[in-house]
Design a protein around this ligand. Sequence first.
Ligand code: ARG
Length: 648
Amino acid sequence: AASVDELSAILKSMGLDTVPQQPNTYPALNPFDLFRSHITELLSKSSGIDAKIIYPTLAWTAKPENGDLQLAVPALRQKTKDMPGLAKQIAESFPESPLIKTPLTVNGTWIGFFFKPEPLIKLVIPTILKAGPSYGFNPSLGLRDPANPDSGRKKMLIDFSSPNIAKPFHAGHLRSTIIGGFLANLYSAAGWDVVRLNYLGDWGKQYGVLALGFDKFGSEEELLNNPVGHLYDVYVKISKTAAEEADIAKAKKQEIAALKETGEDTSSLEAEVKKIEEEGVDEQARKYFKRMVDGEPVALGIWKRFRELSIEKYKKTYARLNIEYDVYWGESQVKDESMEEAARIMQEKEVSEDSDGAVIVDLTKYSKKLGKAIVKKKDGTSLYLTRDIGGLFERYETYGFDKQIYVVASQQDLHFAQLFKIMEAIGRKDIAEKCQHINFGMVLGMSTRKGTAKFLDDILRDVGDKMHEVMKTNATKYEQVEDPEKTADTLGISAVMVQDMKGKRINNYHFDMDRMTSFEGDTGPYLQYAHARLCSINRKAAAVVSDIPSDLSTVDLSPLVEPHAIDLVRQLASWPDTFINTLKTQEPTTVLTYLFKMAHALSSSYDHLQVVGSERNVMLARLALYTAARQVLNNGMRLLGLSPVERM
Ligand code: ARG
C-alpha cells in the first residue's frame, strides 16, 4: 500500500505541508478521506466550527454538478436566523486550496465542494497502483482498537450454504452460498477474522431411510462417482417405497373398518397391516436411526461415509465459486448435552412450559408474531430449533465470536426471530445481540434445460454450456481464447452470481438464462468483458511499445485532462468509500451498482482516450489510468467472489 511518506511527498509537491487526517480516517488508503479531512481542516480554521462537527456532515452528492462532496449547513448546528446567509459566508471565507476549487452554495443552504482535477488524478492513480489488489479494502477496521495494530482482530462466524445431505440443493442454498461467500470476503477485507461454517442438514430419521435405501437401491460405484446425486436418487426411490407402503396400510385399514361393520373376519388383513408397521421402511428406518443415535458403530459408519463423500463433492463445487469452508459442521454435531443444558435453563427461567407432553416456549408475550415454539416433541425428539439453540451455545463457546451471521432464506425469518428471542429470554441477550439473520428472497423458475434444477453442479454446467454457445457466435474471438470451455465455465458462474447479487437481497428474481448470459445489460459477462478489454489494452500496448515501465505509478499524469479521464478517476476515487458503505448495507448490490457505473464510464471513455496510436507520454498516462481502472474492477469482482478473466 502507498505509505504515508509517499503520500506526504506527493502532497508537498502540491504545496501541502502535512497530510490531512481527521481521527479514524485513512488518507493513504482512501482519497475521499484525504479530501474530507482537508476540507474539514480549512473550514474549521476559517469558520471556527469544531472539526468533529464538520467532518461527518461532508456527504456524497447525488449529482456531479452539486460537487464531489457537499455539506448541509444546518447540520453544523449553528444558531442563526439566516441559514442561507451563513452558508454564503462559510463558502466565501473558505481559503484558497491546492486541492479544492472555490466552493459554491447550492439551493441556499448547501455548500458544494469540487476537487481540482489535477491533484485528484495525481493522488488517486498512484494510490491505486501502489495498493494494487488491496485498494479499497481496509484491514484496520476489524481491529478491536482500530488505532492499535496489536489489539487483535474481531471474530466473525458465518453460517452459509448449509444444504441437506441427500436432498436437492435448492435455490435457497444457491443464494445463501453466493451471498454468504460475498459477506465472508467483505468482512475479511475489513480485517475481521472470519470463520466460514457449513451447517449441514445431516441428522434425523431420514438418514436411517437413506441407509436402508442404499442397501436396496445403492451402487458403490455410483456413490464414489457422484455421491450427492446418487444419494439423492436413492433417497427418492426409498421414499417412494415408504409412501407406497403407507398408502397400502391406509387402504387396508379402511377395508378392515368396513369389514368389521359387516362382522366379517379381518384377521388376515390385520396381520398384513401389522407386517407393514413392523417391518416396513418407516419402522426399519426408525430402528436404524435409533442405532445411529445410540452410537452403534456399523450404523454410524455407513452414515458417516455418506456424509464424508458428500462433503468431498461439495468442496469441489464450492471451489468453483471460490469458496472454502473452515468448518463442516452439521445438525448431527450438536451435542445432546448442550441441548439438555439449554432445556434445563429454559425450564429454570420458566421460559419453557409443558404442553400436552411436549415442551414449548410461548413467545407471544413478547410479540404475537413470534408465536409458540416447540422445543421438544411429545416423543422426546429434538427439532431444528432445538439444535440451533444448543448449537448456538456451542458455537459461542468454541469461537467466542464478536458477530455471527446466519445467511438463510426469508422463509426462516420466524425461526431465527424465535431463536434470538429465546436466547434473550433466558438471559443471554449478550449472545443474541451478536447474532444476525441475513435473509433473502426467492428465485423464481429456476430450472435447467433438462428439467427443474436439483444440484448446484447441474445449474453451473448448464449455464456454462449456454455461455459456450454465446461465445461461439463470435468466431474470430472464440479462436483466440486459449481454453474456451474453462472460460465459458467461469463466465457462466459469473452470470449466475451477478444475476443473484444484482438486486437487493430481499427481492425475488426470475432465473433467466438468456438475460444473465448476455453481454449487454448489467450482467456478469458484461463485467467480465470490461475486465478482459482492459487486459487487452495492456497487451496491445506492450506489443506496440517495448519499454513500458512495469510500475506505472510514477509516470507523468499531466496528459490526463479530458473530462472522460477526470470523470473516470473520480469514480475510481470513490471505491474505498463504496467498500465502507457496503459494510453498512451488507448488500452485494452496493458493490455491483458501483462496478456497473464505473464500467459504463469506462466504455464511454475508450473512443476519447485511445492508448495505442497516441504519443508516448499520453499513452503512458492513459495506460496508468486504465491499469488503475482494471485494478478497481478486479478488486470489486473478487470481493463478490467472481474470478476475473483476462481474455474471452
Ligand atoms: N439446512 C437448513 C435448510 O436447508 C439451513 C440451515 C441454516 N443454518 C442454521 N443454523 N439453521 O433449511
